[in-house]
Design a protein around this ligand. Structure first.
Ligand code: ADP
Length: 303
């Protein structure tokens, strides 16, 4: 089983010809509400990329919080529709669900503002209450859109139970060094890698970033580089994995889809290089489709 611990948001997505300047009013295109949030996206990507449980695919569980509003009900239903276990998805009374206001321009680039809402309520107590679920899992996947003390608590618990820990340190934030040392796979993008490595490391030198992060103690570093692919510093050595050449229309959730494809691959017994290739294949597919969870492929759509 894969347990994903993290955020669940409703994405409020608006197409724009270009990003507005401060004080400027632009007329946008179509507006849509699409289930998102890094945690939920990664759970959906893990589930879709694992294939059907009846056919031997991994079960996926989501640990997080939604509000007791219409978005919360829709977000829970979207996870359940993907076969994700919601037994430890808490509906917090009197709190709004997390939202992300997302602008997507004609080049497929996005710009995002978050309101954490119920995600900010995910506490170490929720993690302790899910100890049995975590015990049953093989891999625990986390990001940084929920409170840091909860992420730290969950990583410590998962490691003490002998689980493989995958951390996507996004959005970019400092993570305590003793916690990074407990991470098996640290998967930042370039911006997050630069933030974690510190200002003294050249942010344009991806190898230097990877070795600085490795020195902080995580076993394996996988830096995603958008259309340039992935640079990985693994136990077996350093490798570059070029991305597939595709026409990007919307890069929302590219990183989340990569992580889902990678983690599902690891869980199904692929080696790290094969799992990275699967993650990239899934992510390349996702950037050709609009939205977050609407753009995440199923395993059978890729092969
Ligand atoms: P994030 O969405 O977290 O910023 P990236 O932009 O680095 O993450 O993208 C994650 C992965 O998605 C990349 O490593 C790559 O495999 C794939 N990807 C992203 N953008 C493109 C693109 N334009 N073409 C092909 N693959 C892409």
């Amino acid at each position: 089983m894969i347990v994903v611990i993290g955020s669940i948001n409703m994405d409020l997505v608006l197409r724009v010809p270009r990003m507005p300047l401060p004080g400027e009013t632009l007329t946008g295109g179509a507006f849509r509400t699409i289930p998102g949030g890094k945690g939920a996206n990664q759970a959906v990507a893990c589930a879709r990329m694992s294939g059907k449980v009846a056919a031997g695919g991994q079960q996926v569980a989501m640990l997080g919080c939604v509000g007791d509003d219409e978005f919360g009900a829709t977000l829970r239903a979207a996870l359940v529709a993907d076969g994700i276990i919601d037994s430890h998805l808490t509906t917090v009374p009197g709190v709004a669900s997390g939202i992300a206001s997302i602008l997507v321009d004609d080049k497929g680039q996005n710009s995002i503002v978050l309101a954490g809402g119920a995600n900010d309520c995910l506490s170490p107590a929720h993690i302790d209450a899910a100890k049995e679920l975590i015990e049953q899992s093989d891999i625990v996947v986390l990001q940084l859109e929920v409170p840091m003390d909860t992420v730290v608590h969950a990583i410590r618990l998962a490691r003490s139970l002998g689980k493989t820990v995958v951390l996507n340190p996004a959005p970019a934030a400092r993570v305590p060094a003793d916690v990074l040392a407990l991470v098996d796979y640290l998967i930042p993008n370039e911006i997050e890698a630069a933030m974690l490595a510190g200002a003294e490391v050249d942010a344009n030198d991806v190898k230097a970033l990877a070795s600085a992060l490795r020195a902080q103690g995580s076993d394996n570093i996988i830096i995603t580089l958008g259309a340039k692919g992935v640079h990985a510093a693994l136990y077996g050595g350093d490798h570059d994995f070029p991305a597939q050449a595709v026409q990007a229309v919307d890069t929302t959730a590219a990183g989340d889809t990569f992580i889902g494809g990678f983690v599902a691959g690891l869980a199904s017994g692929l080696d790290e290089a094969e799992a990275i290739a699967q993650g990239q294949r899934a992510a390349a597919w996702s950037v050709t489709k609009p939205g977050a969870q609407t753009s995440i492929p199923h395993l059978h759509e890729l092969y």
